[in-house]
Design a protein around this ligand. Sequence first.
Ligand code: PLP
Length: 462
Amino acid sequence: MTPAQFRQCGHQAIDWVADYLANPQRYPVLARVEPGELTDALPARGPEQGEPPECLLADFERLILPAVTHWNHPGFMAFFANSGSAPGILGELLASALNLNGMLWKSSPAVVELEQVTLRWLRQWTGLPEDWFGQIFDTASVASMHALAAAREAADPNSRAKGTASDLVVYTSEQAHSSIEKGAIAIGIGQERVRKVPVDAEFRLRPDALAEMIDRDVAAGLRPCAVAATVGTTATTSVDPVPAIAEICRARNIWLHVDAAYAGSAAVAEEFRWALAGCEHADSMVTNPHKWMFTPVDCSAFYTSRPDVLRRAFSLVPDYLATAEDPRAVNLMDYGVPLGRRFRALKLWFVMRSYGREGIAGLIREQIRVVQSLAAKIDAHPRFERTAPTPFSTVCFRYQGTDDENRQIQERVNETGEFFISGTKLHGRFTLRLAIGNMATTQLHVDRVWDLIQAEAAKLAR
Ligand code: PLP
């Protein structure tokens, strides 16, 4: 690609992005392809000779787009919906142009320092302790795995040299994200040593049950290593009682990790700061700007109040990476598994500066308001019921019929191409789940999806 071709195609690509962001509704929200269809449409072997740049853009539209499920579509209400905002997209573009690798301070001072600065701003915006150490990982799953590895180091300093002892135990609620269990698998704690603490009627971890489980394990000669609490569980967005959990951890000297991947962002709005109450006592925490802070995937903010322990767990400096010691220069490779590190902070910086705290708080606030108004309509409907409290912008509810009927409603709504809603199981029963996190989604979209849901339910009742 010559510089002239790059310039021309680059302009075309930006034009395409601008049109796309202005109107993602021109595509069905869910990809309408069968598994393998894209693979079959692509050559089985890579090209021997380079192809002209026009082909790349044309084939992006012709082949790739039909296989895209549009997270930027305002009708995307599944999982934890989000959107990659324009400033974030520009940040990604420039980051890939620079192609930096922030493994060491020296390899890229901008990557390391902007990461520290943006995470400091985020700490301030969400009311977290000033002195926490932050770094950006790709995902919350990887961040939580690092939290567990640090907890293992704190509980058993021999683990780094000798491997994971078989008596370490991790505790998390039965509503916690599977990434906690996977992290425990990855670092060798093992699935059998992950205790799933029961939840209360509102899907929050029960501190009494946690304390009992820990004490039972200690009496049996096991060593509690970490508790992972959740602020905004995946299914219902319930918030574990972190202050009480922190008390239990403190009294027993157990590492407390908080998974606030989704709901941590809500604390940017003052009235939702309550969600992070008690987190100041945590040893580590993760929140995902790529979930609910309009930052393109991937960008996961990981904090710890004990960076020395994390460093002890992971610092390993081969000769070819050794640089002069300077306490002012943080080498992020010392604080985790990845050596290479993308310039993720640039897009976060663009997003934070472009919207400001007030702008982001306003978007989040409005999304919560819209979902709360839907929750009220569900409550008022004689044939629908909410299946969980609705603290944020995600609502779980069901038609008062069978699981199959609820699945049918979900499928039919999703077949329209206008919306993508998901489902989950609560108390063993299928429940519809609608999550708003896309900045393009408005009251109108939520009213429309609710009309469709009611219409499908009415057809069932006939
Ligand atoms: N934690 C919670 C509460 C989540 O809801 C999710 C994903 O939805 C994750 C962790 C995993 O996030 P990631 O995809 O960044 O690993």
